[in-house]
Design a protein around this ligand. Structure first.
Ligand code: ATP
Ligand code: ZN
Length: 252
């Protein structure tokens, strides 16, 4: 069975045999192209560190890691050390900083737009941003950066009891941004610690339920009244390009 084959490959320490295994399974076409991609991971905690490890084992080209916290060493330096051991071919960049400060945001934006390595066609120098942070403010900052750069990103959240969570794909102008549908209840996260509730993402965490293996999905269109001006710009661009592609308009 496929699952058994895959776990057998995971214990193999050679990253290329893993890469080849994924190729053999035929799930992704042109699998080897993964080496051309850059992924930025914001927050190297419970979610971000596992995402970084998996991408490293899959043979991703380049990872940019952001976190302000330390575990003796800084979390990002510790991650770089571990990941380089797993797969020395991945280009690893460590950014120990708070993305919500003025200086941190500038460095964040500059690193995302650095195109020295990238093959990305968007305005950004990376192909995907993964938000693996645990608070609303940091998510809003990732949202701001990605709206400004027209950068596709994914947002994640895990409940405190770790049995539920959510994943959201955000494509600026095409899907709702993080500010399009702001949390209905804004409370001080520091005062909110209830069992089973992810304080950081209260309204959207009610997605995946691991105990019931229930994973509902839904699509959210962007909000034309979004408070984020970069989101409104991306919405206008998306609308203009869809009108340009509409044959009715060519006739007029
Ligand atoms: P879990 O809740 O299961 O522990 P998680 O990954 O959702 O998993 P954390 O382990 O708390 O949550 O990881 C969040 C990470 O994001 C932490 O390492 C934290 O330091 C980092 N982080 C949060 N806000 C910022 C920020 N503004 N700038 C940089 N890093 C941040
Ligand atoms: Zn928006």
């Amino acid at each position: 069975c496929k699952v058994k084959d895959m776990s057998a490959e995971v214990v193999d320490s050679n990253p290329y045999s893993r890469l080849m295994a994924l190729q053999r399974m035929g799930i992704v076409e042109n699998y080897e192209r993964i080496r051309e991609f850059s992924v930025a991971i914001v927050g190297i905690g419970g979610v971000g560190s596992v995402a970084a490890e998996m991408l490293t084992r899959c043979g991703i080209g380049r990872l940019l890691l952001y976190d302000y916290d330390t575990v003796g060493m800084t979390k990002t330096d510790a991650a770089v050390q571990t990941l380089a051991d797993i797969n020395p071919d991945v280009v690893l960049e460590s950014y120990t900083m708070n993305i919500t400060t003025v200086e941190g945001f500038e460095t964040f934006m500059a690193s995302l737009t650095n195109k020295n390595f990238s093959t990305s066609k968007s305005g950004s120098g990376v192909d995907l941003v993964l938000s693996c942070v645990d608070n609303y403010e940091a998510r809003m900052v990732v949202n701001q950066a990605c709206n400004e750069l027209n950068q596709t990103w994914m947002e994640s959240g895990v409940s405190e009891d770790a049995v539920s969570g959510h994943i959201q794909l955000l494509v600026p102008g095409e899907t709702a941004c993080f500010a399009c549908a702001p949390p209905l209840v804004r409370v001080d996260e520091r005062t909110l610690k209830r069992e089973g509730v992810c304080a950081a993402s209260l309204p959207t965490t009610m997605g995946y339920n691991a105990l019931k293996d229930y994973f509902p999905t839904m699509e959210m269109k962007p909000n034309p009244q979004c408070s984020n001006s970069a989101c409104l710009e991306r919405q206008m661009e998306a609308e203009a390009s869809s009108l340009a592609q509409c044959p009715v308009h060519e006739d007029n």
